[in-house]
Design a protein around this ligand. Structure first.
Ligand SMILES: *[C@@H]1O[C@H](CO)[C@@H](O)[C@H](O)[C@H]1NC(C)=O
Length: 333
């Protein structure tokens, strides 16, 4: 645009110079006074100058106008841009507002979260401490568990061993039980037998009165002091044992002598028959003597056994029971 203006100004100047030369020629020819010519010349110069200036101003005006147009266009574009930007700005403002609201909201949320984080940090600390203690306990429990497992294994082994032993013992026990049962029944039988078995046993002392005898005939000694008399087969009034059960019996008797130059003795008789005897002559200075004998006899029910003092013999007894007669059933037959 500026180039155009310069060109226009130059063109204006050239045209004006040519016209002036022509006009000057005509004026000279007319032979006007020099002052007027000078004046005129000045005016002409002024006109020319003003024309030049006008041209310049016109050019500048034109330039300005085109600039104005250009600026208007620019302005329009700028206005549009401004409008656009205002719209965009409004949109951005709206978004900003929303974002700000969100920021406020997020801040609030953030505060709450921060509080929660703080709380959780405290809780976490406590939990960690607790965890430590729990871990300690767990460790101790684990070692206990390990120990118990070992013990358990040992016990299991023992149990297995004992199970085997128990099995053997049970078998043995079964055998023993069977034997015990047999023994029990045998025992019961024996008990029954024993209960049913006749019981006969006696012992008796002769007298507390001292010397018995001598007599002119064999005399049955009456052992009056009963010590024992199971079955009541011995009669302390007669001195005679009478068998109530047939069987084998054992009898024993003892004769004691007190004095000197005397005969002591006694005879065990069965149904009037002498079976075994004792005898002793007690010489001078021989104060005490004892003689004794015994026999196993098989008796039938009703058989009688007793001890007799032979003729001219004597015996002595007192509370010490020096002379005794005893017997018992060995077994029935
Ligand atoms: C019984 O007699 C004996 C002698 O035969 C005599 O030693 C004893 O002291 C007498 N006992 C009593 C209690 O009399």
């Amino acid at each position: 645009m500026r180039t155009t203006v310069v060109l226009l100004v130059l063109l204006g100047c050239c045209l004006t110079g040519a016209q002036l030369q022509n006009e000057r020629g005509e004026i000279t020819q007319r032979n006007l006074q020099p002052d007027i010519w000078t004046e005129l010349q000045k005016l002409e110069d002024t006109v020319v100058d003003q024309r030049v200036q006008l041209g310049v101003l016109e050019a500048r005006l034109k330039a300005s106008e085109s600039q104005v147009v250009e600026l208007k266009t620019d302005n329009k574009a700028l206005r549009d841009t401004v409008v656009d930007q205002r719209v965009q700005l409004t949109a951005v403002e709206g978004r900003l507002k929303a974002s700000e609201d969100q920021v406020v909201e997020l801040k609030t949320g953030n505060d709450a979260l921060r509080e929660m984080v703080m709380d959780q940090r405290i809780e976490l600390g406590a939990t960690k401490t607790e965890l430590g203690s729990v871990e300690g306990r767990l460790k101790s429990i684990e070692s206990q568990v390990l120990q118990l497992k070992t013990e358990n294994d040992a016990l299991r082994e023992m149990v297995t061993e004992q199970r085997g032993e128990l099995g053997a013992t049970k078998t043995e026990l079964g055998t023993v039980e069977a034997r015990l049962k047999t023994s029990d029944s045998q025992l019961e039988e024996l008990k029954r037998e024993n209960k049913d078995r006749p019981k006969v046993a006696f012992s008796a002392g002769l007298t507390d009165a001292g010397t018995v005898g001598p007599f002119n005939a064999d005399t049955t000694l009456v052992y009056a002091k009963v010590i024992t008399n199971i079955g009541n087969c011995y009669n302390p009034a007669t001195g005679i044992f009478t068998a109530a059960v047939s069987g084998v019996y054992y009898f024993r008797f003892t004769a004691h002598g007190s004095g000197s130059s005397i005969y002591i003795g006694s005879v065990l008789s069965k149904n009037g028959n002498r079976i075994v005897t004792t005898y002793n002559y007690q010489g001078t200075g021989d104060s005490y003597d004892d003689s004794s004998n015994a026999a196993v006899l098989q008796l039938e029910v009703g058989d009688q056994v007793y001890v007799q003092l032979p003729t001219n013999n004597r015996v002595y007894d007192n509370t010490s029971n020096r002379c005794t007669f005893s017997g018992f059933l060995l077994f029935p037959m």
